[in-house]
Design a protein around this ligand. Structure first.
Ligand code: FAD
Length: 485
């Protein structure tokens, strides 16, 4: 049985940020993840916005960790080569009631420590975002956009490089408290012992609690659906534009969000669902998103909608109550050694590095934290894809490695070398989704129509994989079933 000092359940952005933070110290750290790759849950299914911290009540964890996480993200993304852009946000007022809301958001943000907030008039609004509607806006310059799956995977890769072991496809099915820690059973990964156990299981964090007899937490999944727009509209939005929140409105409302890769997202919707794996995209919501998206950006044409996806908010508040509840981040006194994270919904992506620091302090109450001599803080490579590099750098790379000279994904201009690197990822993940999120192949207009057969061929010819073993992302999502030839 493998024994760890610290075992983390869940390899989303939160679990991986904690793993990377703990990998600075002389600790044996393991991560158990039920999916075949990291970041396949909420962490790859969100808006990818780096929130500034104006929306959260002063004194709450969400407010504090948001502002701290936002500040930390710049250096972290530089070190880990993750795409990030502090493009800023306009929260737009249409009338006097909205202007009062902007004043209170500004005051709240300032109390939370958000820098640079300003209420601006129409002329300034027009300079920042030509054509924007509304009569006044709150400008928050520290709002940004980030690649959510890029960050989640980079944190894991870097933690792995610093000695953390990832057990993918290992679903935790039972936990027993022992004298010195915990014994954790998984369905396909065997059993593990650990002195400390960290619950970062997102939508299933309540199920992990129940395995230890804690019944006070329930997660109510609340689905947000999105549509992705073609890059044709790249550049239409210079900043994020949100309406001023209205009383009784759910979440931050449906809005347009630029992604770091040049697409625009419309969404998210807000609908409680029964199952924590119900990632459906539904006809009614798709129609609603199309309608509202066109109202916000009339230039959208039918052929601009290239794909839908959805994410699930791990809400602690049931449908009858709605709203938000404070994050739970606690070291349980009744179960010594159990560090419990529940209800990490938005802005959990933004908060993730700050959550990791908070958890590090909770770990330090149980185990001595001695820094390693050689923590590797930076990842090799470049942020984004080969296509983003200046022409001379591209030419140099092609001269060094001809695989940079073969474009496999025509829509996103992804080279064979980038596909090979994604296949040979440090964590050993072997799914098509892993290749997609790592290399950005299959993410363009055609959604893999052209490049997926070539990728399948590379897997077979260069790596000797059997096509009947290929999976899209989850354990049972076989790509080819029955006869393949
Ligand atoms: C629609 C939507 C929009 C959002 N937009 C933003 C945004 O713009 N900005 C922002 O800051 N935040 C945003 N968020 C919030 C953010 O995405 C989450 O707070 C964050 O991703 C939570 O990360 P996590 O690691 O806690 O959870 P997850 O990413 O869900 O990770 C938990 C992991 O635990 C694994 N797991 C579960 N059970 C087990 C088990 N039994 N054994 C082993 N592994 C298990 C899961 O497979 C999963 O990989 C949004 C969320 C949603 C849903």
């Amino acid at each position: 049985m493998t024994a760890y000092d610290v075992l983390i359940i869940g390899a989303g952005v939160v679990g991986n940020a904690i793993a990377r933070e703990l990998s600075r110290y002389r600790l044996k750290v393991g991560v158990l993840e039920k999916e075949l790759d990291v970041g396949m849950g909420t962490s790859s299914r969100n808006s990818g916005v780096l929130h500034s911290g104006i929306h959260y009540t002063p004194g709450t964890l969400r407010a504090k960790l948001n502002v701290q996480g936002n500040e930390m993200m710049k250096g972290l993304c530089r070190d880990l080569k993750v795409k990030i852009d502090y493009i800023g946000k306009l929260t737009v007022a249409q009338d006097q009631v909205d202007i009062d809301t902007l004043e209170s958001l500004k005051a709240q943000g300032e109390t939370n420590g958000v820098p640079g907030l300003e209420i601006i008039d129409r002329d300034r609004m027009e300079q920042i975002q030509p054509g924007v509607g509304g009569i006044r806006a709150l400008h928050s310059p520290t709002t940004g956009i980030i690649c959510p799956y890029g960050l989640t995977m980079a944190l894991a890769d870097n933690a792995h490089e610093n000695g953390v072991r990832f057990h993918l496809g290992a679903k935790v099915t039972g936990i027993s408290k022992t004298e010195n820690g915990f014994t954790v059973q998984t369905d396909e990964g065997g059993s593990f012992e650990s002195k400390l156990l960290i619950n970062a299981a997102g939508l299933y964090s309540d199920a992990i609690c129940r395995m230890l007899g804690l019944t006070e937490y329930t997660i109510y999944p609340c689905r947000g659906e999105y549509l992705i727009l073609d890059k044709r509209l790249n550049g239409s939005l210079k900043v994020l534009v949100y309406p001023a929140p209205r009383k009784g409105g759910a979440g931050l409302g449906i809005h347009l969000t630029n992604t770091v890769d040049g697409n625009i997202l419309i969404g998210p919707s807000n609908e409680y669902v029964d199952r924590a794996d119900d990632y459906a995209c539904t006809a009614d919501i798709i129609d609603q998103l199309k309608k509202e998206g066109r109202e916000l950006l009339p230039a959208i044409s039918t052929s601009d909608f290239i794909r839908g996806f959805s994410g699930l908010r791990p809400k602690q508040t049931p449908p009858a109550i709605k709203g938000f509840k404070e994050f739970v981040i606690e070291a349980r006194k009744d179960i010594p050694g159990f560090i419990n994270l529940v209800g990490i919904e938005s802005p959990g992506l933004t908060c993730s590095p700050a959550i990791a620091l908070m958890v590090r302090e909770l770990v330090a109450e149980h185990l001595p934290l001695e820094e390693k001599d050689h923590f590797i803080s930076e990842r090799q490579g470049f942020p984004g894809s080969f296509d983003d590099l200046p022409e001379e750098e591209k030419a140099d790379l092609v001269a060094q490695d001809p695989d940079y000279g073969e474009i496999v994904c025509r829509c996103e201009h992804i080279t064979k070398r980038e596909i090979l690197d994604a296949i040979e990822n440090p964590l050993g993940s072997k799914t098509l989704a892993g290749i997609k999120y790592r290399a950005r192949a299959m993410m363009g207009r055609c959604q893999g129509g052209f490049c997926m057969p070539r990728i399948v061929q590379i897997l077979e010819q260069d790596f000797g994989y059997r096509p009947e073993d290929y999976r899209l992302y989850s354990r049972d999502s076989y790509l080819f079933t029955g006869r393949v030839r």
